[in-house]
Design a protein around this ligand. Structure first.
Ligand code: NDP
Length: 234
């Protein structure tokens, strides 16, 4: 389709699968991460979403090399799980800065090109815990819930400019982020998932690509759950 697509956190996991899916659909995909890694040979930029100057510099470089970003997939995220009583200021700040403020920064910067082009797609990667909550993830769930308010506000701001803003809310996905969980916790989680298994990163990528497609042109401010039924009712 020949669009310029930026996937933050595109060097592994869900972001990597998403980048490959857009590439296979014919788009020009740039992957961004702190490390600037490009395991599949896609164009890559080093970007730390917690730092405005780094976000600016990365977008400047993308625009110079490829043109303005038409599709932003704000996927970069981290966890710093522990009970709130034990959560440090750094655990709170790092997760809020990466998973919420970083997304706002990237969306704000991407709007420059999208407003001029009078078209664009912004897709935010939240989590099923945005609505269900999750013990041990007060920082993470707060940031992921914040993305919903952000998406819906921005969808209202830019709808008239042919820019859509949507949220994908994955359940448990088999990536490095979840591979570190203790076996007992994994089994507890699986027992609550109606489909009885984790998602693959490709299953999440499919919904992200759909939200950027022509078929999704009238969808904005929506939350698409990709959670095997875990979040039903939330
Ligand atoms: P991974 O840990 O596998 O990958 C995270 C990616 O984000 C990496 O590319 C990493 O690269 C990048 N990243 C982290 N911090 C920053 C930063 N400050 N600036 C730029 N890039 C950064 O995660 P997943 O693929 O599992 O998760 C992707 C998204 O999906 C996250 O937002 C996560 O919260 C969400 N999610 C994941 C679920 C799961 O079960 N895995 C479930 C629900 C939601 P680098 O370290 O080089 O910066």
């Amino acid at each position: 389709m020949g669009r310029v697509v930026l996937v933050t956190g595109g060097s592994r996991g869900i972001g990597r699968a998403t980048a490959l899916a857009f590439r296979d659909a014919g788009d020009t995909v740039i992957v961004a991460s702190r490390g600037g890694d490009s395991p599949d040979g896609l164009p890559a930029v080093a970007m730390d979403v917690t730092n405005t100057a780094s976000v600016e510099a990365a977008f400047d470089a993308i625009e110079a090399d490829h043109g303005p970003v038409e599709v932003l997939v704000a996927n970069a995220g981290i966890t710093r799980d522990t009970l709130l009583m034990r959560m440090s200021d750094d655990d709170i700040d790092a997760v809020m800065q990466t998973n919420l403020v970083g997304v706002i920064r990237c969306a704000r910067r991407s709007l420059r090109g999208m407003l001029k082009a009078k078209k664009g797609r912004i897709i935010l990667v939240s989590s099923v815990v945005w609505g269900m909550g999750s013990a041990g993830q007060v920082n993470y769930a707060a940031a992921k819930a914040g993305l919903v308010g952000m998406a819906r506000s921005l969808a209202r701001e830019v709808g008239s400019r042919n820019i859509t803003v949507n949220v994908v809310a994955p359940g448990f996905v088999d990536t490095e982020m979840t591979q570190g969980l203790p076996e007992e916790r994994k089994q507890e989680i699986l027992a609550q998932v109606p489909l009885g298994r984790y998602a693959t990163a490709n299953e999440v990528a499919g919904s992200i690509v759909f939200l950027a497609s022509a078929e999704a042109s009238y969808i904005t401010g929506a939350i698409v759950p990709v959670d095997g039924g875990l979040g039903m009712g939330h």
